[in-house]
Design a protein around this ligand. Structure first.
Ligand code: UTP
Length: 291
């Protein structure tokens, strides 16, 4: 079955980024000049996704405004002859059909995904976390859809992480199947490195079969009192094959301060318009002992 629907959970509180996220959704914080969420929706659109459901919450209305058409602004820009900017704005509102649902309380990622049940229906769907961006030649989600097309089962986007980072992620217990593909036998959320089944971490991209919804409905709150997607995926792996796919690309956790700064610097350096100038600037700053 073709994957045409994606869910982007973006209802989290963004506590790691307070006070910025008091009034601005963390998914709208810009990497250079583009909100994080726009990079994610561009990745989904380039991967063949047609319909996207964004899980929002209170205080997140800027998200809907950003992906809507902006008649007043476009009229002003046309009057001023700034046609390049108009093209940029039209691009945003034409990326995909975007739908919204509110998660009334931030009860965890699993609970956020459950809010997508009626949107998804009975077909496999993609999930892209609203604070994870991936820079890659082939869009990360497209790489995973290719794996789904081959195996016809749920696929988790993963990468190997350093031992000291294991406790930040959902870690899979998995056996190799072919290059970069493992069959998942279990998963543990944020384990101690000593007890971790591997160093293969789930990094914000998933293709999931619809059986997940019944499992989520029966998942009790786990770590942190939240309904954990990891627990339901673990149960899914006990019922039907679930694979993990090591994707190509550099992933940034822009919900953390350091990840946000890394993404900002590296995306700026890759830009044709400002990259060279920014690089020269960075060289002067690195050597400047007053900074
Ligand atoms: P995170 O755990 O990174 O987001 O969830 P958070 O809870 O906002 O982060 P902090 O720890 O408070 O800083 C990953 C993704 O899942 C969404 C978040 O918006 C983020 O995109 N999420 C998380 C929800 O939509 N609902 C939730 O209840 C929790």
């Amino acid at each position: 079955m073709k994957i045409t629907k994606a869910v982007i959970p973006a209802a989290g509180l963004g506590t790691r980024f307070l006070p910025a996220t008091k009034a601005v959704p963390k998914e709208m914080l810009p990497i250079v000049d583009t909100p994080t969420l726009q990079y994610i929706i561009e990745e989904a659109a380039k991967s063949g996704i047609e319909d996207i459901l964004i899980i929002t919450g209170r205080g997140k209305r800027a998200i809907e405004d950003h992906f809507d058409k902006s008649y007043e602004l476009e009229t002003e820009l046309a009057r001023a002859g700034k046609h390049d900017y108009i093209e940029g704005l039209e691009h945003i509102s034409s990326l995909a059909n975007i739908h919204y649902v509110r998660q009334k309380q931030a009860l965890g990622l699993g609970h956020a995904i459950l809010c997508a049940k009626s949107f998804v229906g009975n077909a496999p769907f993609a999930v892209l976390l609203g604070d994870d961006i991936v820079h890659s030649e082939t869009p990360c989600l497209k790489q995973m859809i290719d794996v789904y097309d081959k195996y016809g089962s749920s696929v988790l986007g993963v990468q190997e992480v350093a031992r000291e980072d294991i406790s930040k992620y959902g870690i899979v217990d998995a056996v190799p199947v072919e290059k970069n593909i493992h069959r998942v036998q279990g998963m543990v959320e944020k384990p101690n490195p000593e007890n971790a089944p591997s160093n293969i971490a789930v990094l914000g991209r998933y293709i999931i079969t619809p059986e997940i919804f019944t499992l989520l409905e029966n998942t009790k709150p786990g770590a942190g009192g939240e309904i954990q997607l990891t627990d339901a995926l673990c149960a899914l792996a006990g019922m039907q094959p679930v694979y993990s796919s090591i994707f190509d690309g550099k992933r940034y956790d822009v919900g953390s301060k350091i990840g946000f700064l890394q993404a900002t610097v590296e995306y700026a350096l890759r830009r044709e318009d400002i990259g060279a100038q920014f690089k020269e600037y960075l060289k002067t700053v690195i050597g400047d002992t007053k900074c």
